[in-house]
Design a protein around this ligand. Structure first.
Ligand code: RIB
Ligand code: CA
Length: 317
């Protein structure tokens, strides 16, 4: 498989941090840059968290760009109940050297896409504000996107309201811009991410890798799994965001179904819902490939492989 060029936009966030470890350590991927959005926590926190993770992994050379600190239209929401006051509560990091780049994430996205050969996959695992703003700033950037792969939405129930999932609800208008950009979209929703529950035996398995990445994984899951149990009653935290990156490493990981997906922008109880026409009942053209199933054992194999790619001291093996 040829090396895939990707841009990764996220809101670290414990599960974003695991996705970042996977993206930064996989030779199958060329990570052109990491763009940061407010979501799980404020932009200051999510930006700092991304820098901490890359520095810990010995991947300080990967540039981080901070972007939008609030949604396009609605008021800002965060998820401190899950990710804590810092957005990455749990791990203790050494003093931070790495800083975000001075360029705004939206400008970086536009510049990188416009100078590309149209072979860049954009992965998002937070509110889609940065990507949406880039598409509004430079509409020609859309045709330069090979595919948008997002963690977000669900065709069943949500996790913030009964209707809506956090990443979409945190900026529904941005999601609408991205879903209607005319580019191929893969939607990795709660429907499959709730199948990859990080049970204690999974944490023990990853700890045995004994690398800088596996130690961070254990510390992240210590907090994430506790809060997921407190809030949702899960016996293992659903590891949402890494499914996006893992699906690039193994296209057979998730089963998708083309569906017409529309974002509910009304301001009723279903605001921010991804309305997925699973049966094509409306006779409308499909607008996204929606994940409907996942090979769970294969997913954890990909995670373990990714964690083992790092050395004990923070440089890749
Ligand atoms: O609903 C889960 C999503 O919201 C994940 O991306 C998590 O990190 C939060 O951003
Ligand atoms: Ca996230």
């Amino acid at each position: 498989m040829a090396v895939q060029k990707i841009l990764y936009d996220c809101d670290p966030g414990h599960d974003d941090a695991v996705a970042l470890m996977l993206a930064a350590g996989s030779p199958e991927l060329e990570l052109l840059g990491v763009t940061i959005v407010a979501g799980n926590q404020t932009l200051d926190n999510t930006g700092r968290n991304a820098c901490h993770v890359l520095q810990w992994l010995g991947r300080e050379e990967i540039p981080v760009y901070t972007g939008c600190e609030r949604p396009m239209v609605r008021d800002r929401v965060t998820a401190g109940d899950i990710h804590g006051e810092t957005g990455l509560d749990g791990p203790v990091f050494p003093p931070l050297r790495k800083r975000p780049e001075p360029e705004h994430a939206v400008r970086f996205l536009v510049r990188t896409l416009m100078s590309s050969q149209g072979d860049v996959t954009v992965v998002t695992s937070g509110p889609m504000t940065n990507l949406a703003m880039a598409l509004r700033m430079e509409p020609a950037a859309a045709e330069k996107i090979r595919r948008i792969v997002l963690m977000g939405g669900s065709y069943t129930n949500g996790n913030v309201t009964p209707a809506a999932e956090f990443n979409i609800l945190a900026d529904p208008e941005a999601a609408h811009v991205c879903f209607t950009a005319g580019r191929p979209v893969t939607m990795i929703g709660l429907d499959v991410t709730r199948k990859v529950l990080c049970y204690p035996e999974i944490v023990e398995r990853m700890a045995r890798a004994d690398t800088c990445a596996s130690r961070l994984f254990v510390d992240l899951m210590g907090h994430f799994c506790r809060t997921q149990k407190e809030v949702f009653g899960w016996e293992g935290g659903p590891l949402h965001d890494p499914v996006t990156i893992a699906s690039l490493l193994d296209p057979a990981l998730v089963v998708t179904k083309p569906m017409n997906v529309r974002i509910d922008l009304s301001h009723g109880e279903s605001y921010g819902r991804t309305n997925c026409d699973a049966f094509g009942y409306l006779g409308l053209p499909a607008t996204a490939d929606v994940a409907v199933d996942i090979d769970v054992p294969r997913f954890w194999d990909i995670i373990e492989t990714g964690l083992r790619r790092y050395s004990e001291t923070g440089k890749q093996a």
